[in-house]
Design a protein around this ligand. Structure first.
Ligand code: NAP
Length: 313
């Protein structure tokens, strides 16, 4: 039986593993995809100590640090469920294999939110994508629309404008909620056009995207001709494993955690974007902080003995 199983392979999970390793805990890191949401960040300018670093490079360094410890096992696998057993929990993997651990840190991150517009599912991968910074490269010289008004959309539009001929940044409000740094970046690009106070009703195309239908005309037409649509309208926390186990969620459907990152289930801790633990502010810095706190709490929990858990009351 492991001391701790950390579910997830993103910023919070790798940070937690670095800490549990140094606490000399026998650790397994399990996730389906390496790097989490961090690998979708083209340019990270707010990771302290790095003036500018690419998300994939930063996540590669996190991973290398975590797996440099002999007591950290890194396993690529999908966890299907978490079940209570004597002295801990058992993780059931897609292969049927089980992994037993005295404690668990759920750092499953979040999934990109879908728009729910007609044409979206049909054209997914054929012009509809959910990561502007990852996919912009395929739209060199083309016209694309980026949907949303947060950091992902505004950063995504700035990156896409470096390769696409024309970028429409379509947002349902009349102002952006993104960091002013990124708003300045898109302001500077003369191939980005803002389509504000506008919703997208439909994504059009047969074999591939040809346009988006708007709820009001823009420059005289309610259809924008585009070759690609990057949907960057936020994400939803990946809580299904935690919910099945009986962990409570908060008012915004994130995994509910105490300041020590314990959840409502004894022996189960949370960290990163799946929780609302950092005022719902999803950043590399906050995810890393939550990972460190969760690891510290696991250490205390295991030292105190499973019967005397610090689970949320
Ligand atoms: P977000 O901050 O939640 O913003 C989502 C945007 O999409 C909002 O502007 C929202 O509109 C809009 N939206 C939501 N649902 C919509 C719908 N159904 N139809 C149309 N528009 C919709 O999400 P995010 O930009 O993905 O950022 C998530 C987190 O990651 C944030 O904490 C962000 O700071 C962080 N992040 C950081 C960086 C970076 O530091 N480099 C980069 C990317 C993301 P309203 O404004 O009307 O709500």
């Amino acid at each position: 039986m492991k001391d701790v199983a950390i579910i997830g392979l993103g910023c919070a999970a790798y940070t937690a593993a670095i800490y549990t390793a140094r606490y000399k805990l026998d650790t397994v890191l399990i996730g389906e995809e390496e790097g989490g949401m961090g690998i979708t960040a083209a340019e990270v300018g707010n990771w302290p100590g790095d003036m500018e670093v690419k998300g994939p490079d930063l996540m590669e360094r996190f991973k290398a640090h975590a797996v440099s410890f002999e007591n950290v096992k890194h396993q690529l696998a999908r966890v299907e469920s978490i079940n209570k057993i004597d002295n801990g929990h058992s993780l059931v993997l897609q292969s049927g294999e089980t992994v037993e651990a005295r404690s668990v840190i759920i750092a499953t991150g979040s999934n990109k939110r879908h728009l729910g517009a007609p044409g979206e599912d049909e054209l997914a991968g054929r012009g509809v994508t959910y990561c502007a910074t990852c996919d912009a490269f395929f739209y060199r010289g083309k016209t694309v629309a980026v949907l949303g008004g947060g950091d992902s959309a505004v950063e995504g539009a700035a990156i896409a404008a470096n390769v696409a001929e024309k970028v429409y940044l379509v947002h349902r409000r009349d102002s952006f909620r993104a960091e002013p740094f990124w708003v300045d970046e898109v302001d500077k690009k003369d191939n980005i056009e803002f389509v504000l106070s506008t919703n997208v009703l439909e994504i059009q195309g047969d074999q591939k995207v040809t346009g988006i239908k708007l709820d009001k005309p823009f420059n005289g037409s309610d259809v924008l001709d585009v070759d690609g649509v990057f949907i960057e309208i936020g994400s939803t926390p990946a809580t299904s494993l935690a919910e099945k186990l009986g962990c409570e969620l908060d008012e915004r459907k994130h995994l509910k955690v105490n300041p020590d990152m314990s959840t409502t289930v004894t022996g189960i801790f949370g960290a990163g974007d799946v929780t609302g633990g950092s005022n719902h502010f999803a950043q590399f810095a906050t995810a890393a902080g939550e990972g460190a706190i969760a690891a510290n709490s696991v250490f205390s929990y295991l030292q105190a003995g499973a019967e005397h858990s610090g689970a949320m009351g």
